[in-house]
Design a binder for this molecule. Structure first.
Ligand SMILES: C[S@@+](CC[C@H](N)C(=O)[O-])C[C@H]1O[C@@H](n2cnc3c(N)ncnc32)[C@H](O)[C@@H]1O
Length: 273
């Protein structure tokens, strides 16, 4: 339940006093989402957050941020594609498609959806003790364990939302097999207008950064969802930027839902980043 942005302070305090903790948390999460700025209206963001909620584990603020940035990419006139590595049930990719439809009336930048549909690969030492403990706690006989999603369910949800294979191609397989060929194809098709990485672990993040960074358009955004969540993801970002001597500044995404950076070879003015 959302506390309307227009509610007065006393009204909000009164609401807070009567709402149970879980509802208060949900209200705060939605409130944060509607504060994420961009071309989409609060009403449009609300519709998108609601539509994709059954298909995502990303909180509303992360969905709102991805949606606003996708809308900007669609309106930028630069063309190219959007790529999400690690889509699980597809919700964030769907938000980036719905955002374009809301902002531009159509999908300008196809959203490429990449996933193993077998869950996360085994944790490595560099992913850190928390990741190791988390994966060890996943029940091996649970079909949903370890972030596993069904490709058929993702395709069905995509179709229900009215998007076809051309607008939202699904690339099944381990990133080590899929990202290289896709990056080659996108290089010849306008590059990547927005890259969103949500593969959790060190290797998954490095593989995607190495493949796609060279074909991300200059001035385009890269969002890394798991930077604060997992040690391996943070290491992957630092290692890759450092290995390629890149001075991209990391910014905390709204709600600390990951980080983002702009692909920009050098700072051009002392007055602006
Ligand atoms: C945290 S979930 C993604 C959440 C999703 N973006 C959402 O909107 O809810 C991580 C996903 O990354 C996928 N993944 C992680 N590493 C991978 C790899 N190396 N190759 C393919 N898929 C991978 C997993 O299968 C899982 O579906």
């Amino acid at each position: 339940m959302a506390i309307p942005l227009t509610a007065t302070l006393p009204a909000r305090r009164a609401l807070r006093a009567v709402l149970p903790v879980r509802l208060r948390r949900e209200a705060a999460a939605l409130h944060a989402a509607f504060g994420v700025r961009g071309p989409l209206s609060v009403a449009a963001v609300r519709r998108i957050v609601r539509a994709v909620a059954p298909h995502t584990m990303v909180p509303p603020v992360g969905i709102a941020f991805a949606a606003q940035r996708a809308a900007e990419a669609a309106l930028s006139g630069r063309g190219g594609a959007i790529v999400e590595c690690g889509v699980w049930r597809g919700g964030t990719s769907f938000a980036m498609l719905l955002a374009q439809r809301a902002a531009a009336g159509r999908v300008v930048c196809p959203v490429h959806m990449l996933d193993s549909f077998q869950g996360l690969p085994p944790v490595q030492e560099r992913d850190g003790p928390l990741a190791r403990a988390w994966q060890a706690g996943e029940a091996p006989d649970d079909p949903d364990a370890n972030c596993r999603a069904e490709e058929t369910a993702v395709r069905a949800a995509r179709d229900r939302l009215g998007f076809g294979e051309a607008e939202a191609p699904i690339h099944r397989g381990w990133f080590s097999d899929t990202v290289g060929p896709l990056a080659q194809r996108l290089r010849a098709a306008g590059g990547v207008a927005l890259l969103r990485l949500d593969g959790d672990w060190y290797d998954s993040t490095v593989e995607c950064l190495e493949a796609f960074l060279p074909v991300v358009q200059e001035e385009a955004l890269v969002i890394i969802d798991d930077y604060y969540a997992w040690d391996g993801c943070a290491r992957a970002v630092h290692d890759t930027l450092s290995r390629h001597d890149l001075a991209y500044r990391l910014w905390t995404a709204p709600g600390a839902q990951g980080v983002w950076f702009v692909k920009r070879a050098a700072r051009k003015s002392l007055d602006a980043f």
